[in-house]
Design a protein around this ligand. Structure first.
Ligand SMILES: Nc1ncnc2c1ncn2[C@@H]1O[C@H](COP(=O)(O)OP(=O)(O)OP(=O)(O)O)[C@@H](O)[C@H]1O
Ligand SMILES: [Mg+2]
Length: 486
C-alpha cells in the first residue's frame, strides 16, 4: 500500500482527496500546515507528498518543500497551485518538486500524476544488487548472472558506482541496460539524491530539448510560461538518458556542453544555468555506425564512451538461463504468494537452446506466460510458446561482426595471416573497449566447433591446438552449452 501525505489547510480539499483516493491501494494522511507536515514525514515515511503552495498560516509551501528535500531528496513532492501563481510553481520545480498541478484539479490528470510519481519513487528506493537475495523478505531487485561476461559487467558496475563518471551502457534490447543503470545509481554517492529516467526515443524530437533543459516563456508557439527541465529539476542527482542514439543533433550538442562544463541555457534563453548532474546513457543502437553516418556527434560519443558497459546478449551466456529461470519462478511465485513453481528438464533444455532475440525480457515474459497457461505447478514443455518449441536446435555460431573496413586478402596470398591479423587489429582499434585477442580466440573456437558439429578432436586439429587446450578455451569462454547441443 502506498502512503500519500496531503499538506493543505483547506478542509474541503482534504475532503475531496479522501473521495478521490478512496482505494485499498492508497493510504491517505493529511496535515494542515507545513510545520505539521514536516513533523509527520519522518514518522510516517510517505511515498509521495502533495502540498499546497500557499497556505493560510505558518510556513509557505516553498519553504516546506526546501526542508522536505533536505530531509529526503528522493521523496517526490507534487505542488498544487491556483491559477496566477505559476511563477511560484516554477520556483518549486527549481527546488526539485516532482511536478505541479493547477487548481481546480483535473481528476484523471491528478490520478495519473500520482501514479507516475509513486512509480518513480518506488524505482528510486528499490535497491538493485548484483546478488539478488530472494530468500529475504524484503528482497532486492537483482541482476542475475554468473557467466564470465556478466562477471565483467558486475565488476564495472562496482568500479563506476563510486565515481561521478559518465557511463555508456550498450547492448541489445532486453539485456538489462536499465537495470544496470539503476544498479550504478543505487550504489553511487548520489543514491540519496533523485534519479530521473528519460526515454529519448519516446519523446518527440522537437519536445525533447525542452523536456531536458526547459524553456523560457515565449520561446516558441505554445510556450506560455517558463518551464524547468529535467536537468535543473534533478540537480545533485542522476539522469538516465535511455535510447540516446535517437537524440537529435542540436540536443546532442547541448548534452555535450552539460557534460563538459555543467551548464546549458533553457530553450529560448540566454542565461547559463549551472547544474551538477551525473549522466548515465544507454542505447541498443550501434553508436559507432551512427557516428560514421554523422547522425551522432563523434565528440559526444567519445565523451560518453569513457566508461562503456556492454551487456552480452542472452544467447552468449546460456549458462545464465537456468539461474534466470529460477529467479523468475521465485519472483512470480512471490507476487502470487505461492511457493515457487518448478520446471520440467525438457522445458528447461528448450529454453537453454532458444536463440532469445528479445533477451532477458523475452525469457521473463515466457516464464510469466507459461505459469499462467500451465495447469500443473511445474512448467512443462507443452506450456512453452510455439516459437520456442518449433525452433530447430542449432549450433549457434554468432554472425560475424560487421564487415571489417580493411581489405581481406585472397586465400593463398603470401603472408595472408599477418595481413588478416593487421586488418583485424586496425578494425579492433576503433572499438575502444574490445579485448581483441580473447574475442577472436573465442570466435575461432566457436567456428571450429560449429564446423565439426561439436567434435572436439576435429575442432582442435582445425585450430592447430591440443584437445586439452581446446577444452580449457571452451571452459574459459563459457561456450560449452552453446555448442554441445546437436
Ligand atoms: N540479468 C538480469 N537479471 C534479472 N532480470 C533481468 C536481467 N536483465 C534484464 N532483466 C529484466 O528484463 C527486463 C528488461 O530489462 P531492461 O529494461 O533493463 O532492458 P533494456 O536493455 O533496457 O532493454 P531495451 O533496450 O528494450 O530498453 C526487465 O524486467 C529486467 O528486470
Ligand atoms: Mg531500456
Amino acid at each position: 500500500m502506498d502512503k500519500l501525505l496531503l499538506i493543505d489547510d483547506e478542509a474541503d480539499v482534504q475532503y475531496s482527496f479522501r473521495r478521490i483516493f478512496d482505494s485499498a491501494a492508497i493510504e491517505l494522511h493529511t496535515a494542515s500546515s507545513g510545520e505539521e507536515g514536516l513533523k509527520l514525514v519522518p514518522k510516517l515515511k510517505p511515498d509521495l507528498v502533495l502540498m499546497d503552495i500557499r497556505m493560510g498560516t505558518g510556513m509557505n509551501g516553498l519553504e516546506t518543500l526546501r526542508r522536505l528535500r533536505q530531509h529526503d531528496a528522493r521523496l517526490p513532492v507534487i505542488m498544487m497551485t491556483a491559477y496566477g501563481t505559476t511563477q511560484t510553481a516554477i520556483e518549486a520545480m527549481k527546488l526539485g518538486a516532482y511536478d505541479y498541478l493547477l487548481k481546480p484539479f483535473d481528476v484523471p490528470k491528478l490520478k495519473q500524476l500520482v501514479a507516475d510519481a509513486l512509480q518513480a519513487a518506488r524505482a528510486m528506493r528499490q535497491t538493485v544488487s548484483c546478488q539478488p537475495l530472494l530468500e529475504s523478505e524484503d528482497y532486492d531487485l537483482g541482476i542475475v548472472g554468473r557467466s564470465a561476461p556478466m562477471q565483467e559487467v558486475f565488476k564495472l558496475v562496482g568500479q563506476t558506482a563510486g565515481t561521478d563518471a559518465t557511463v555508456l551502457i550498450t547492448g541489445e534490447s532486453g539485456t538489462g541496460k536499465e537495470l544496470v543503470a539503476r544498479a550504478i545509481y543505487t550504489h553511487s554517492r548520489r543514491a540519496e539524491q533523485p534519479f530521473l529516467a528519460i526515454n529519448c526515443a519516446a519523446i518527440p524530437e522537437n519536445l525533447l530539448e525542452s523536456e531536458l533543459f526547459g524553456h523560457e516563456k515565449g520561446a516558441f508557439t505554445g510556450a506560455a510560461t517558463q518551464r524547468i527541465g529535467k536537468f535543473e529539476q534533478c540537480n545533485g542527482g542522476t539522469i538516465f538518458l535511455d535510447e540516446i542514439g535517437d537524440m537529435s543533433l542540436p540536443t546532442q550538442t547541448k548534452i555535450l556542453r552539460v557534460l563538459q562544463n555543467g551548464s546549458f541555457e533553457r530553450v529560448g534563453g540566454n542565461q547559463p544555468v549551472n547544474v551538477d548532474v551525473r549522466v548515465i546513457a544507454a542505447t541498443n543502437k550501434p553508436l559507432e555506425e551512427a557516428v560514421a553516418a554523422r547522425s551522432f556527434r563523434e565528440d559526444l560519443f567519445y565523451r560518453l564512451n569513457v566508461i562503456r558497459i556492454q551487456l552480452p546478449p542472452l544467447r552468449r551466456r546460456r549458462e545464465d538461463i537456468r539461474l534466470l529461470v529460477d529467479y523468475f519462478l521465485r519472483k512470480y511465485a512471490r507476487a502470487r504468494s505461492r511457493p515457487p513453481g518448478a520446471i520440467h528438464p525438457d522445458a528447461l533444455a528448450a529454453l537453454e537452446r532458444h536463440h532469445w532475440p528479445g533477451n532477458v525480457r523475452e525469457l521473463e515474459n515466457v516464464i510469466q506466460r507459461s505459469l499462467v497457461v500451465g495447469k500443473a505447478d511445474a512448467i512443462m514443455l507443452a506450456d512453452l510458446p510455439a516459437e520456442i518449441l518449433t525452433e530447430r536446435p542449432s549450433v549457434t555460431a554468432e554472425p560475424a561482426p560487421a564487415a571489417a573496413p580493411a581489405r581481406v586478402p585472397e586465400p593463398g596470398a603470401a603472408n595472408e595471416v599477418p595481413a588478416l591479423a593487421r586488418a583485424l587489429f586496425a578494425w579492433a582499434r576503433a572499438q575502444r573497449t574490445l579485448k581483441v585477442l580473447p574475442a577472436v580466440e573465442r570466435e575461432l573456437v566457436i567456428c571450429a566447433l560449429a564446423e565439426t558439429h561439436g567434435n572436439q578432436v576435429q575442432a582442435a586439429k582445425l585450430l592447430g591446438i591440443t584437445r586439452a587446450t581446446l577444452r580449457k578455451r571452451i571452459e574459459k569462454f563459457g561456450i560449452q552449452r552453446e555448442l554441445s547441443i546437436h
